[in-house]
Design a protein around this ligand. Structure first.
Ligand SMILES: *[C@@H]1O[C@H](CO)[C@@H](O)[C@H](O)[C@H]1NC(C)=O
Ligand SMILES: *[C@@H]1O[C@H](CO)[C@@H](O)[C@H](O)[C@H]1NC(C)=O
Ligand SMILES: *[C@@H]1O[C@H](CO)[C@@H](O)[C@H](O)[C@H]1NC(C)=O
Ligand SMILES: *[C@@H]1O[C@H](CO)[C@@H](O)[C@H](O)[C@H]1NC(C)=O
Ligand SMILES: *[C@@H]1O[C@H](CO)[C@@H](O)[C@H](O)[C@H]1NC(C)=O
Ligand SMILES: *[C@@H]1O[C@H](CO)[C@@H](O)[C@H](O)[C@H]1NC(C)=O
Ligand SMILES: *[C@@H]1O[C@H](CO)[C@@H](O)[C@H](O)[C@H]1NC(C)=O
Ligand SMILES: *[C@@H]1O[C@H](CO)[C@@H](O)[C@H](O)[C@H]1NC(C)=O
Length: 539
């Protein structure tokens, strides 16, 4: 691969010209997202109380706490956060504990005062924007929640509807029934989540008054708090044709939770909303890496190919993750740090928008909900001697460098280079990345290697590639082919030395890219100056 400076300069200037719509999906593709459970990230007054996740109670985290620790997030290279739902939730306790996670809205026109005031939320939004970061807010549209008021067996259950604002009456809801058949989409959309102890009252999103209420609510929420993106909870529980107008009222990037490992099922939602959280690939990644070497890495490629084919905009707008608030942390299943590092690498090197769930960088190990919602303040926000903090920092830096080194990075599909001899390795090409993953782990008897044939057409002969996770280099053969062995089961993220900048923090001493391209992309140099420089460099 010969590095084409002139092409990069031209593309950079057109990128500058189009980068006007701040909170569009295209803008989000350049970013990476740090997901926080607001109640569990930080207290605004800096105190550090104990937090027993099994109690399912508020532990005290709030918006001011996030504001106070934005440097912690930004220093790892993230330029967006996703926070818990912000509206007022069911008060006190329920059969499932307190609403500390925010997913049980009660009054959608008020904020959850456990997290702060309207001014606090506005301050969080502006503190983020001052740092060039984006705010993604989680929103629940499918249901609202009140404790049932019937004291004996009554069906349907009874509620104090006056609590459920602005709805206030039974005729705003579907008739009570619990979802019993997930293969019947009407049942999924019109029956209720939860159980008789804690029923989630299912809004009648076939009723135009309810629909209009939700559309104007989202429009106002986004504008009142200057929100840049929305994570849309339980989206598959509302009819698909509800979503396009919801998205246009929101006017910002929307990513839907479609909790299913089936690409064909998820695909239609990428038309009404910008995209989906990439659950199908998440499940493939989780199973491939947590079953020892009997995990089949090729299933990841198969799933990604399906998603690239079937989703609107391919997988460029998906949210790509390996942990979240609803799934067990990877270290609850695997402790081998080589496997952990392979899994953590995935979201940063594929087509989607990387999302990291708070605490992963600190090595948190909580299993299923509620164990996976640990208090981050108990880590002391310590970043010294934290190998996974370093790993995340490097992955964010690598992705930023890839974006600035190749203007096609964000719009070219990742592809897989067949590793015919093994189901324990995966080679993913997304120039300038060539990422090599393996599930063999760090055991002394395990080994893995990858082969990239010259027919893949990726490299020229005797080209120097740098593994940006270690700064070790490898050199291609005369014909451009490459053979690499894993060391200790660790992943490799290879970039051409020419795609790195000597002045950059990412393996600068291995770089052969003379000036670094970042200056061009951040607009410090006009295209004309760039073209002159490019001419000089070609001499
Ligand atoms: C940039 O990416 C495109 C698409 O993957 C690839 O064809 C091209 O070779 C890359 N260019 C450089 C200079 O890396
Ligand atoms: C800090 O805030 C928490 C939650 O609001 C409160 O319970 C605690 O008393 C406060 N601590 C101090 C030292 O102010
Ligand atoms: C209300 O009635 C339902 C149906 O009989 C029952 O399952 C539920 O436990 C009751 N709820 C309360 C709070 O008593
Ligand atoms: C639709 O919902 C509104 C309140 O949100 C209610 O007043 C109206 O009766 C409902 N319509 C039907 C047909 O249920
Ligand atoms: C699907 O679910 C709806 C709502 O529960 C129900 O009315 C309908 O009978 C179900 N259809 C089938 C084929 O079971
Ligand atoms: C996946 O979803 C599609 C569309 O809903 C459905 O037709 C198909 O049967 C599902 N596949 C599996 C394996 O469940
Ligand atoms: C192993 O993979 C299978 C699917 O192939 C999955 O059902 C199982 O949960 C995986 N085991 C672990 C520990 O994740
Ligand atoms: C691994 O997965 C791929 C893609 O699903 C499949 O074609 C292949 O047969 C699987 N190999 C094994 C050994 O299970």
């Amino acid at each position: 691969m010969k590095y084409s400076w002139a092409t990069t300069v031209v593309a950079s200037s057109s990128l500058l010209a189009t980068a006007v719509s701040a909170a569009s999906a295209d803008d989000w593709t350049k970013r990476s997202v740090y997901q926080v459970v607001t109640d569990r990230f930080a207290l605004g007054n800096g105190s550090s109380p104990s937090c027993d996740t099994s109690q399912k109670k508020y532990c005290g985290g709030n918006w001011q706490g996030i504001i106070n620790h934005l440097d912690y997030i930004q220093d790892m290279g993230f330029d967006a956060i996703w926070i818990s739902p912000v509206v007022e939730n069911v008060q006190g306790t329920t059969t499932e504990g307190e609403a500390y996670h925010g997913y049980w809205p009660q009054n959608i026109n008020s904020l959850n005062t456990n997290f702060g005031s309207a001014d606090d939320l506005k301050s969080l939004s502006s503190a983020l924007h001052d740092k060039g970061m984006h705010l993604m807010v989680d929103v629940v549209v499918n249901h609202v929640v009140a404790n049932p008021t019937n004291t004996s067996s009554v069906w349907p259950e009874t509620f104090d509807y006056s609590l459920l604002q602005p709805f206030g009456a039974a005729n705003s809801f579907h008739t009570q029934c619990f979802i019993s058949d997930y293969n019947n989409q009407t049942d999924v959309e019109q029956c209720w989540l939860g159980d008789s102890g804690l029923p989630l009252l299912d809004l009648d999103t076939e009723n135009s008054t309810v629909v209009d209420t939700m559309y104007s609510w989202i429009k106002n929420l986004v504008s009142d708090y200057d929100i840049d993106g929305l994570r849309v909870d339980t989206a598959k529980h509302i009819r698909q044709d509800f979503w396009p107008d919801f998205a246009s009222n929101a006017g910002v990037y929307t990513v839907a939770e479609i909790l299913i490992g089936n690409v064909t099922y998820a695909a239609p939602y990428t038309k009404g909303l910008d995209s989906v959280l990439d659950y199908p690939t998440y499940y493939a990644v989780y199973n491939a890496f947590t079953n020892g070497t009997s995990g089949n890495m090729s299933t990841i490629a198969e799933m990604v190919n399906q998603a690239q084919d079937q989703y609107n905009h391919g997988t460029f707008y998906v949210g790509s993750f390996v942990e979240n608030q609803d799934n067990p942390r990877i270290q609850s299943t695997v402790s081998d740090q080589a496997i952990v590092k392979n899994m953590m690498t995935w979201p940063f090197i594929n087509d989607g928008i990387p999302i990291l769930y708070y605490g992963q960088e600190q090595g948190y190990q909580g299993g299923n909900d509620p164990a996976n919602r640990e208090a981050l303040w108990l880590s002391g926000f310590n970043t010294e001697n934290k190998p996974l903090v370093t790993h995340v920092k490097t992955l964010n830096a690598a992705r930023k460098q890839a974006i600035s080194a190749n203007s096609s990075f964000l719009t070219t599909k990742a592809s897989f280079i067949s590793q015919s001899s093994s189901t324990s390795t995966l080679a993913i090409s997304k120039p300038p990345f060539l990422t090599l993953l393996t599930n063999v782990g760090s055991g002394s008897s395990s080994s893995a290697s990858w082969s990239i044939p010259s027919s893949a057409g990726l490299y020229s002969g005797k080209e120097t590639l740098v593994d940006v996770l270690t700064c070790d280099t490898v050199t291609t053969e005369d014909d451009g082919s490459l053979s690499v062995s894993a060391s200790g089961g660790l992943p490799k993220v290879l970039m051409p030395a020419e795609a790195l900048s000597k002045s950059g923090s990412l393996c600068g001493s291995q770089a052969s890219g003379a000036m670094g391209l970042r200056g061009l992309n951040v607009g410090m140099m006009g295209a004309a100056v760039g073209a002159i420089l490019a001419g000089m460099m070609l001499v």
